[in-house]
Design a protein around this ligand. Structure first.
Ligand SMILES: Cc1cn([C@H]2C[C@H](O)[C@@H](COP(=O)(O)OP(=O)(O)O[C@H]3O[C@@H](C)C(=O)[C@@H](O)[C@H]3O)O2)c(=O)[nH]c1=O
Length: 183
């Protein structure tokens, strides 16, 4: 597999080896020893799967506070997204900066989003399915968000009038958000 380091420290893009034959293809989408060897968590404890019916849906920017902070291994199994992560580790030289990657069912890329990042994505196609592994279970009390369009972050999203959940349209700006990650 090919591993590309992100610009923001700890972010990784993984391109699995895809073995094609007359029937289609086979790939190992996760293998604990190999993924741990490139710096990912030893164990993931929950798998998530979401469907967004429309292109132009933005989900994010989400994170869980310590002690329930999550690392996430994200991939797309139908459709495509622009996947974004924002560094919110206090003291990080890249604090407040973002990075984004296109993930699709076609390119089979995976992104690892470490603890200390807010994460979100914008769907690029109808009926997009995102699947991701997390290394801490969901905790509603620790779940937090930052506004997708915070001008201080300045994410260039591929949608002008995105479709948002009511919750996601009400998140605070980064300067008012609660987070407890230290670099
Ligand atoms: C994330 C999550 C949500 N839920 C519930 C809460 C709610 O009733 C329903 C939908 O939740 P949300 O609106 O938060 O779902 P969604 O907006 O898809 O949230 C996800 O967004 C992406 C960008 C992430 O990074 C994920 O970690 C997660 O925060 O599912 C769980 O039961 N377990 C979970 O792990």
């Amino acid at each position: 597999m090919k591993v590309i380091e992100g610009r923001l420290r700890g972010v990784r893009v993984i391109e699995p080896i895809v073995i094609e034959d007359d029937r289609g293809y086979f790939m190992e989408s996760y293998q604990s020893e190999r993924y741990a060897a490139i710096g990912l968590p030893e164990a993931f404890v929950q798998d998530n799967h979401s469907l967004s019916v429309d292109a132009g849906v933005i989900r994010g920017l989400h994170y869980q506070l310590h002690p329930k902070a999550q690392g996430k291994l994200v991939r797309v199994t139908a459709g495509a997204v622009f996947d974004v992560m924002v560094d919110i580790r206090r003291g990080s030289p890249t604090f407040g900066q973002w990075e984004g990657f296109e993930l699709s069912a076609r390119n089979k890329r995976q992104v690892f989003v470490p603890v200390g990042f807010a994460h979100g994505f914008c769907t690029l196609e109808n009926n997009t399915e995102v699947q991701y592994k997390v290394d801490q279970a969901y905790s509603r009390e620790h779940d937090r968000g930052i506004r997708w369009d915070d001008p201080a972050i300045g994410i260039i999203w591929p949608a002008r009038a995105p479709i948002l959940s009511p919750k996601d349209s009400l998140h605070p700006l980064l300067e008012h958000a609660e987070y407890n990650f230290v670099d």
